[in-house]
Design a protein around this ligand. Structure first.
Ligand SMILES: Cc1cc2nc3c(=O)[nH]c(=O)nc-3n(C[C@H](O)[C@H](O)[C@H](O)COP(=O)(O)OP(=O)(O)OC[C@H]3O[C@@H](n4cnc5c(N)ncnc54)[C@H](O)[C@@H]3O)c2cc1C
Length: 503
């Protein structure tokens, strides 16, 4: 059988993650070329991830310690949201479960029952999260389970330098036969049915393929500029459209979590890597000027900047189709959801795995596979979108125009339904394959001030005394486990100390 020709345009994280996984899984039946332009460069941000990235690396056969050392990686146990509910508030969206279900009764329902009567202080909820306790104590070690118990251990993701990750995956891919061509695509040739036939480079070289993967970033050089696929704009729900990014010197302690700090017209991220801290201010140009936003960021840094701030403009929404004609968009070319929950690299990962699962063996099956790919991609984007909107919508941040807009704006029906159900009954629905768990939704809902009026009567099946003993035991186990963990920084030094500071 003749090998299909696949060309990836773009060598950012999307391009090289795609190249690596396709080479690993389909290298025997496709011929893979990647075109990138050093002159154009990459977006140069994207430093926080979520736990499934470990699965992607494991599928590629990449050793975790080697990956972390190569990318200046640190551990991420969750995100601390500061001032999102009311100014002065802070809560953690910690990865991993909360507490432990009691037979068939979800832990959360037990906690709601125990908490009834003190609805204003919800901080107790995080005492049942091992991740939250470890993050607060600045501690970490790989831990599958709490020893001698059925309780889950720690669930971690990484902070890492995505540029170094792309460089690492480039070596991986080239060793597995991927051909890299340096060059800038200047013109795209289409065939009679409107599909892409040829990429014409500035050097005069032309490249043909059966399938083109557009990893060209925000410019969407193939899917939009060449194929006019169309864009579904979600800025009425997520009004931020700019970010300033700046690296700073590390503080003395490297926290094992991302900080997300709400401001008048946006929010600030703080992401500790081994060699520096990534910072940025995501903001809406409708509510603050670019220059004022830069000043806000510079005046809120914890340590001194290592470079001048860089401005990135973006549009929130998704491409109408992630796979259009013979072009699949992966990465920023497929759409963008702002980095509040660090989901962009995950969207790359899941698009790649979807493509691997639905990769056509012959031309005859393309239509049906493409439709399925687009259906799944749309659902995934919309589910993550709702979770991000939730953070903005559920605020009590007074009268500043951005926050007032977000509090009062009409929501997507899917989110309205979820909120009504939770508020009245304490129940949450999570669709099959939905990325964010019930524990994730519970933390944001409670952390930003929505306490339900009821709980599932299943939780009434134990006596008050049994319930308080059960909760006390859980707390003791968690406190004891966290006390036995090493400090995050000590763990990094022993496990994955990175080499010298790269350029
Ligand atoms: C402000 C901000 C913060 C972010 N933070 C996070 C985060 O914390 N976590 C997370 O998961 N994600 C984050 N992201 C998203 C993340 O940066 C991207 O998803 C990720 O870097 C992938 O980018 P990409 O590869 O699609 O595009 P890029 O990195 O822009 O790469 C595009 C590639 O295409 C090439 N190219 C483009 N046009 C041409 C052409 N005509 N010819 C040849 N080559 C071409 C470029 O040279 C480059 O190699 C953030 C994004 C923004 C904007």
């Amino acid at each position: 059988m003749q090998r299909q020709k696949v060309v990836i345009l773009g060598g950012g994280s999307a391009g090289w993650m795609t190249a690596a996984m396709l080479a690993k899984t389909l290298g025997h039946s496709i011929e893979l070329t990647l075109v990138e332009s050093e002159q154009i460069g990459t977006v140069g941000v994207g430093e926080a991830s979520i736990p499934p990235l470990a699965l992607f690396n494991r599928a590629l056969g990449i050793n975790e310690a080697e990956f972390m050392a190569a990318t200046q990686g640190t551990i991420k146990l969750g995100i601390q949201f500061e001032h999102w509910g009311q100014p002065g508030d802070a809560y953690l969206h910690a990865f991993g479960p909360m507490g432990k279900d009691l037979a068939l009764t979800p832990f959360y329902q037990l906690w709601l029952r125990s908490h009834h009567g003190t609805p204003d202080d919800v901080s107790d909820f995080w005492r049942y999260s091992l991740n939250a306790q470890a993050a607060k104590a600045n501690r970490f070690a790989p831990l599958q389970r709490i020893e001698g118990t059925p309780l889950a251990g720690l669930t971690h993701a990484y902070h890492f330098d995505a540029g170094l990750y792309a460089a690492y995956l480039r070596r991986y891919s080239e060793q597995r036969g991927v051909l890299r061509i340096e060059g800038r695509v200047e013109r795209v040739g289409l065939n009679h049915s409107g599909a892409i036939e040829t990429l014409h480079l500035a050097s005069g070289q032309s490249i043909e393929a059966d399938l083109f993967i557009d990893c060209s970033g925000i410019s969407a050089r193939l899917i939009e500029q060449a194929l006019n696929c169309g864009f579904e704009d979600w800025s009425h729900w997520l009004p931020c459209d700019r970010a300033w990014a700046v690296p700073t010197r590390n503080p003395e302690t490297l926290r094992p979590y991302t900080r997300s700090i709400a401001h008048e017209a946006g929010w600030q991220w703080q992401i500790p890597l081994q060699h520096r801290t990534g910072n940025g201010l995501v903001f809406s140009s409708r509510y603050i000027s670019e220059e004022d936003a830069k000043a806000v960021l510079l005046s809120s840094l914890e340590t001194e900047p290592l470079a001048s701030p860089r401005l990135i403009r973006f549009r929130v929404g998704r491409r109408r189709k992630q796979w259009h004609r013979n072009c699949v968009a992966i990465g920023l070319s497929s759409g963008f959801l702002e980095p509040l929950e660090s989901t962009s690299i995950h969207l790359i990962q899941s698009a790649i795995m979807r493509l691997v699962k639905l990769f056509p063996r012959s031309a005859g099956e393309v239509t049906v596979l493409r439709e399925e790919f687009n259906r799944q991609s749309r659902i995934e984007f919309e589910q993550i979108r709702d979770f991000i909107i939730l953070h903005y919508h559920l605020n009590q941040r007074g009268e500043s125009p951005l926050w007032q807009h977000c509090r009062t704006m009409p929501l997507p029906d899917s989110l309205t339904h979820k909120l009504a159900l939770f508020r009245q009954s304490g129940r949450l629905i999570r669709h099959q394959d939905e990325l964010f768990t019930e524990a994730a939704w519970q933390q944001v809902l409670l952390g930003q001030g929505m306490t339900p009026q009821s709980w599932n009567p299943m939780a009434d099946g134990v006596s008050e005394a049994q319930l308080s003993e059960y909760l006390a035991n859980l707390r003791t186990l968690m406190d004891h486990t966290v006390a036995g963990l090493p400090e995050h920084q000590r763990f990094l030094e022993r496990y994955c100390r990175a080499g010298g500071v790269p350029d």
